[in-house]
Design a protein around this ligand. Structure first.
Ligand code: GYE
Length: 311
């Protein structure tokens, strides 16, 4: 019977789930880990994962989704690069009765166009980062420079908002420069160089807030090249908790990060399997944890532990 089934259904077994995954790209260490973990989770569960890398372009993601619909996949995972512009293509998936699960970023679209979203609370992440700074930078005047994530993406919008909420009412803190570094190390470094130049070689900057660790690592490099000490002359706070930021912490060059799990796929597959089996509707939002790490948390130990987790 096994052989017969194999003949009838090709190489995949009859029960095998086919899931299309439209990934943004590989702009950050965190995202590369998310891709690795998603592939591992699929393999562990016997899911046939069709992977598509959009090279940061929404139009490529829209094409990928259309192709998944044409192939008749059982479900689609979408990590949406920006918040808006998804309605039409998601309606097409809905008409084809293919459930869509959002991974790590949210969108502005009617809720019935996707099954659920597995994400962190990105406003909260920004708030945690800002609270850390307010508590630890003292009462002196503190000029902050901000490296934003990809323009129009939910984490860039929300992490900015949450951070500003934390600063509200603390008048000694001021964001003096804020620009996108597109979540990449190279762009983070480049933009930080321009911030340093504009702010008296960096002497007028008290802290760097980066929407992800990769940009912080690029920023740290720029600070060092400007002859200042990151982590001391300029405090560095960011988000993701990738291994490299723990190395920077161990070297005294980074001060705080907020953890984001790269395992969005695990919970996504769990609810998808339950939905396809019993039509069990998941909640619209599956929230992952956001934990603050500082140099007090034995950064080299965390670094070692992280490396097994898709990094
Ligand atoms: O923090 C960043 C990435 O969408 C929340 O995207 C995610 C962000 C993550 O490239 O590193």
């Amino acid at each position: 019977a096994t052989i017969l089934a194999a003949c009838m259904f090709g190489s995949a077994s009859a029960a095998e789930l086919v899931v299309g995954f439209s990934q943004i790209g590989s702009e950050s260490g965190w995202r590369a880990a998310e891709t690795t973990v998603t592939k591992q989770e699929a393999e562990k569960r016997g899911v046939d994962l069709k992977f598509s890398d959009a090279q940061q372009k929404q139009e490529n993601q829209i094409k990928a989704i259309r192709s998944f619909v044409a192939q008749g996949v059982n479900a689609i995972f979408l990590a949406p690069v920006v918040e808006t512009g998804w309605d039409d293509v998601l309606k097409e998936a809905k008409e084809a009765e293919i459930p869509v699960i959002l991974l790590d970023r949210t969108i502005k679209a009617p809720e019935d166009l996707y099954l659920t979203a597995v994400t962190s609370d990105q406003i909260h992440e920004g708030k945690v980062a800002g609270d850390w700074l307010v508590k630890n930078a003292g009462d002196k005047k503190c000029n902050i420079v901000e490296l934003q994530g990809t323009t129009g993406s939910s984490p860039a919008i929300a992490r900015k908002k949450g951070f500003e909420e934390a600063l509200a009412g603390h008048d000694n803190f001021k964001i003096v420069r804020s620009q996108t570094g597109d979540f990449t190390r190279a762009k983070g470094k480049e933009v930080m160089e321009s911030f340093l130049k504009a702010e008296n070689g960096g002497k007028d900057i008290c802290a760097l807030y980066a929407h992800n660790d990769d940009m912080a690592v690029g920023g740290i490099q720029a600070i060092k090249e400007a002859g200042l000490k990151p982590g001391k002359d300029i405090l560095v706070v960011s988000i993701d908790a990738v291994p490299d930021i723990f190395q920077a912490m161990a070297a005294g060059e980074a001060n705080a990060t907020v953890e984001l799990t790269p395992n969005m796929a695990g919970p996504a597959f769990d609810v998808l399997e339950a939905y396809l089996k019993d039509k069990k509707e998941p909640p619209k939002w599956i929230q992952t944890e956001s934990k603050l790490y500082t140099p007090a948390d034995d950064p080299m130990k965390v670094y070692e532990a992280k490396k097994g987790l898709g990094y």
